[in-house]
Design a binder for this molecule. Structure first.
Ligand code: CA
Length: 693
């Protein structure tokens, strides 16, 4: 019911039209051929037509003495291999047909050293030649990804790569995610970062804004998040890597080569080695600074169908409708078929490769519900073998209808069938901010009531809790996860207006100090909730996209982080940093199980709308603090609430967080029986006994 409109749809429609034209040009026979191989049923994706290859040597296997190539193309009658001395233009130095081998694969043995040569495949089906394309298993490519490249991966390792050590992560419940686009971090002049828009921008230490605030890497480390989540950093189509001076921007949800970093973020997209080394350098430096790295992966569709999968094995890698069209649950013109064995194998091997070769710490699946539950659980199992601390999560929805039966989809509703894979909670997101597709609609943060139960849903990390009335929760009427680490709690991401803009749009008449209070309140809910908190980069400096609601291809001037705002909104930054520290210092906010949550977290019955309060008891999850009271007031007026008998000390209000107790003038030191929760803010109180310890 609730599909999240994907923002690449517009340029995809144009691309799809181009695809159709190309298909027509290729002739009616070609179309008939596609239809003959395509199907919505598994029966026709049969082993006899599409035998599964079980080896792990698809792609190029390099050694200084020889390079072995293997490609899966079971419906081909001929597969041509071409080798070039460059990634674009240049000479074709070898052109030969490959040899048919087992299970629909074709092989070629290149004797001698073929390092840094580029190669392509071209498949003939019936009497039709398909497009000459890069190997879908390419580990390196030339500029714009049109040709695969043979590389010696060992030579791509940066200094000390062998000693790369991941920051400690004891539990998924300890994760705090910060989502960022590679360009956003550094493009603004105020970043002080030299390698603007590049992977290397993440490796620069000591960078400052002209006003002296830490930027880039130092900013992330200082903020205290545990993971950064990179918007798709793997090769995509929409940026012409030969025209980088044009400084075009795109989120990158139009995948091209899945096993290769995007070239436009490297300092030299022409030499396929460079982007690999620089990507590894980025990860190494982030690890050295205590930050883990998550990749946003977009296996659910491809940027086009005129290269890659469709040109090697037409009709296999995608789901097709009964009338032979591409099924389109991505709203981007096609959807891949993870339920087909060789697509599943492709995904598993690709993810294993990123985890092992690049030491990646997590994966965020775009439109994960296009993938089937079995594939996602296979991915979990295979990644466990490399590193069980790799975190996996995704969007538990599609952007359109799929031919995959609903019970097989990796949706939120089916999250209980997923093994240690989390889903985004749009319930709490829209509860906090208001409806995603109606930017003018206010949420709890801007004083809209009747969203309290959706907020409570997030507070308990989406788990079953006796005091949450699930009938009143947005978009779901029941919990859909077993444990809190399966729920991503968030108020904003790259989609739709960032928080500061959403506040301008949904409560435009407020004065700026009120808007600042709301910006703090929104993520105060997120950062004290059970589950896994997720922040869009820059919310902590009141980032604005100047009210742009879909910035997927907007210029850097809209998307980038303006670091001068860190000075202007210093109090916001300080507050976010304190909230993150509070969460990290207190395990009560990150309980690992649903039963522990329902045992130790109890909501107060507050009859007033826009007031939510709860108590964390019993030194929850081993916390040094015995009893903690947390209140959120979404209303424009201060509200008095009853609190349990005893002496309580305020440790957080809308202005500051001080774990030793707030003693600043104007604030009471202790509270008995009743307390006032100031308007549009969080209030956290602690039993005074815990403070003395
Ligand atoms: Ca690219």
């Amino acid at each position: 019911m609730f599909a999240y409109l994907h923002n690449c749809a517009i340029f995809k429609i144009i691309e799809l039209m181009n695809n159709k034209v190309r298909i027509l040009v290729n002739g009616i026979a070609f179309i008939l051929m596609i239809i003959s191989f395509t199907s919505t049923t598994k029966a026709q994706v049969s082993e006899s037509i599409f035998p599964t290859y079980s080896g792990n040597d698809l792609g190029a296997t390099y050694s200084p003495d020889k390079t072995d190539l293997r490609v899966w193309a079971p419906t081909a009658s001929v597969v041509m291999l071409r080798i070039y001395d460059q990634g674009i233009d240049g000479q074709c130095i070898l052109s030969d047909s490959m040899k048919k081998d087992l299970a629909g694969t074709w092989i070629y043995a290149l004797k001698g050293d073929w390092k840094n040569k580029y190669y392509t495949y071209q498949v003939k089906i019936g009497d039709k030649w398909l497009n000459e394309v890069a190997d879908v298993y390419a580990k390196a490519v030339g500029v714009n990804g049109r040709r695969a490249m043979i590389v010696n991966l060992k030579e791509t390792n940066p200094n000390d790569w062998g000693n790369d050590k991941k920051p400690v992560l004891k539990s998924f419940n300890d994760i705090i995610i910060w989502e960022v686009h590679t360009r956003d971090l550094s493009m603004h002049a105020s970043s002080g970062i030299k390698n603007k828009g590049k992977y290397l921008g993440f490796t620069e230490k000591g960078t400052k804004s002209p006003l002296g605030e830490k930027t880039g890497l130092d900013h992330i480390a200082d903020l205290g998040v545990t993971h950064i989540h990179l918007l798709p950093p793997t090769d995509f189509h929409s940026i012409d890597e030969t025209k980088l001076a044009a400084n075009k921007f795109n989120w990158g949800y139009d995948p091209q080569n899945y096993n290769v970093p995007e070239g436009s973020f490297s300092t030299n997209p022409y030499d396929g080695n460079v982007r690999i080394t620089e990507f590894k350098q980025m990860i190494k430096t982030l690890h050295d600074n205590g930050i883990r790295v998550i990749l946003d992966v977009v296996y659910n569709h491809t940027g086009n169908t005129t290269d890659g999968f469709e040109q090697l094995v037409p009709g296999y890698y995608y789901r097709m409708t009964k009338d032979g069209k591409f099924s389109d649950a991505s709203a981007c013109g096609n959807e891949t078929a993870s339920d087909h064995p060789m697509m599943r194998k492709f995904m598993v091997e690709s993810l294993n490769y990123w985890a092992s070769e690049y030491h990646v710490d997590g994966f965020r699946f775009d439109l994960m519900a296009i993938h089937d539950v079995e594939t996602m659980n296979t991915i979990r199992k295979e990644l466990d073998k490399i590193d069980p601390s790799i975190f996996i999560y995704g969007e538990g929805w599609t952007a359109g209808n799929s031919t995959l039966p609903e019970e097989q989809r990796a949706t939120k509703k089916n999250a209980v069938k997923l093994d240690r894979i989390a889903v985004f909670s749009d319930e709490v997101r829209d509860g906090i901010r208001g409806h995603w597709s109606n930017s003018k609609q206010a949420g709890f943060m801007c004083g809209k009531n009747e969203l309290e139960e959706s907020i409570k849903f997030g507070i308990v990390g989406g788990t079953k809790h006796p005091q949450v009335n699930f009938k009143k929760v947005n978009y779901t009427d029941a919990p859909y996860v077993n444990e809190p680490a399966q729920t991503i709690v968030y108020a904003s991401c790259h989609d739709n207006p960032c928080l500061w803009d959403k506040i301008q749009l949904s409560c435009p008449d407020l004065k700026e100090p009120e808007k600042i209070k709301i910006l703090k309140l929104a993520n105060a809910i997120v950062l004290t909730s059970q589950g896994v908190p997720f922040l869009l980069s820059g919310e902590e400096i009141a980032r604005t996209k100047q009210l742009n609601e879909n910035s997927y291809n907007a210029p850097d001037s809209i998307n980038n982080l303006d670091w001068t705002r860190k000075t202007t909104y210093k109090e916001v930054y300080t507050y976010y940093k304190q909230m993150i520290a509070l969460r990290k210092n207190h395990p009560a906010f990150r309980m690992p199980t649903a039963s522990m949550i329902s045992q130790n977290l109890s909501f107060f019955d507050i009859p007033k709308p826009l007031m939510i309060g709860y108590k964390l008891s019993n030194n929850a999850n081993g916390d040094t603090w015995k009893d903690i009271l947390v209140f959120f007031n979404g209303d424009a007026t201060d509200t008095e609430v009853n609190i349990p008998e005893g002496t309580w000390r305020i440790v957080a209000n809308g202005n500051e967080i001080n774990e030793k107790g707030i003693t600043a003038k104007g604030f009471e030191k202790t509270q008995k029986g009743k307390t006032t929760v100031p308007s549009r803010s969080m209030l956290v109180l602690l039993d005074s006994g815990s403070l003395k310890k």
